[in-house]
Design a protein around this ligand. Structure first.
Ligand code: ADP
Length: 370
């Protein structure tokens, strides 16, 4: 008898937040006026610095926190007053929360046994999930006999076997070391490609956000700053906060004046579009946008003070007309400490921001429609 795969029996769900705010009893406004539509089957990442309201948003979707004002829909169903257990969502936390006295198999099957699923169905779902996650050989072990990565897989498996309408993941990889984190990231992406289950993923790590998210929601100080695809966020950051938060090393900023289509600061005079209105401004450019190619528009001379060679690339830190900046070049770039480097910046790669981090970006060199 053919056994249906996990992927064929998933139910799916879109999730909609309308003007959702959360004020905790102690007065902290953790989420302010969040509106967001998470599409059926989408992998959406909430990213932002610690304390910006990501977990609170996720917990309101899960039903673990009540909204103070606003509405949440799952599909067409208003769920503001629907208990967490009735929302058909599986949440995975950073700290795994496995039952220590149970084997992996028991941990995976526990929720299904509570729901009184037929025994054969439980066995099938547990075996399918274990196969998918590569933990079949570990089914008889207890959590104490597993590595961190294996435990995290079991925690994911426990969500998988429930075949929920959506997965809600709160920093699920942050207890793992860097290598394992990268490995699990790829596995999560693969899993989502197989299952297409609506997934909301919370992280403070912009690399995780960029690599996993089909769309990314950047949050800062309780508010949504931008919702878009990773590349749109990278090339068209909504404001300086987003520009600085996404990308590593972060975007460089030089303060100066915009007048008559030029950005001027000390010896720097760089042509920007007339769309950049005059006034005190920041010129933003990414480390990888800087170039030594003399056919590109000149930006200015950087005096080099640190060179970090990583093989595939070189980070060069230095001083550009009184501003500390970093440039990212190829692995074999010629540079030496104390020497000047003439930097060029392609006409498509500049941004002009107001000084206030949350104010909308004023103009940019890239003109493709968002
Ligand atoms: P993030 O997940 O982005 O780190 P959180 O949603 O956990 O942010 O927290 C947002 C803000 O709400 C923070 O200022 C935090 O201290 C506060 N907060 C979180 N949980 C509670 C709570 N249960 N009671 C009071 N304040 C809280």
């Amino acid at each position: 008898m053919p056994s249906p795969d996990l992927e064929t029996i998933q139910t799916m769900a879109s999730i909609r937040l309308e003007q959702v705010s959360k004020r905790y009893p102690n007065g902290v406004r953790a989420v302010d006026d969040a509106s967001l539509e998470i599409r059926d089957g989408e992998f959406l990442v909430l990213v932002g610095p610690s304390g910006c309201g990501k977990s609170t948003t996720l917990r309101m979707i899960a039903g673990l926190e009540e909204v103070t004002t606003g509405t949440i829909y799952i599909g067409d169903r208003l769920v503001n007053h629907v208990a967490a257990g009735q929302r058909d969502m599986a949440m995975v936390f950073q700290n795994y929360a496995l039952y220590p006295h149970m084997t992996v198999r028991q941990n995976l099957s526990f929720g299904l046994r509570v729901r009184r699923l037929p025994r054969a169905e439980i066995r099938r779902r547990v075996n399918d999930a274990a196969n998918l996650l590569g933990i079949s050989p570990l089914l008889d072990r207890r959590p104490a006999e597993l590595s961190g990565g294996q435990r995290q897989r079991v925690a994911l498996g426990r969500a998988l076997v429930r075949q929920p309408a959506a997965f809600l993941l709160d920093e699920p990889l942050s207890n793992l070391d860097a290598r394992l984190r990268a490995e699990m990231r790829t596995e999560l992406a693969r899993l989502h490609q197989d299952l297409h289950t609506t997934t909301v993923y919370v992280t403070h790590d912009q690399v995780e956000a960029m690599t996993l998210g089909e769309r990314i929601v950047v949050m800062h100080e309780s508010r949504i700053q931008q919702v878009s695809t990773p590349l749109n966020i990278y090339h068209y950051p909504a404001n300086r906060f987003v520009a600085e938060f996404i990308g590593s090393p972060p975007m460089n900023f030089v303060e100066g004046n915009v007048q008559d289509g030029k950005f001027i600061s000390g010896n720097i005079s760089y042509a920007v579009s007339p769309a950049a209105s005059r006034g005190r401004r920041l010129l933003g450019f990414r480390p990888e946008s800087l170039s030594l190619d003399a056919s590109q528009p000149p930006l200015g001379e950087m005096i080099v003070d640190v060179i970090e060679r990583m093989g595939h690339e070189t980070l060069v830190y230095g001083n550009l007309d009184g501003h500390s900046i970093v440039a990212r070049f190829g692995g074999d770039v010629t540079a030496s400490v104390g020497r000047p480097l003439m930097l060029h910046l392609p006409a498509s790669d500049w941004h002009v921001f107001s000084l206030d981090a949350d104010q909308p970006r004023i103009a940019g060199g890239r003109t493709a429609a968002e």
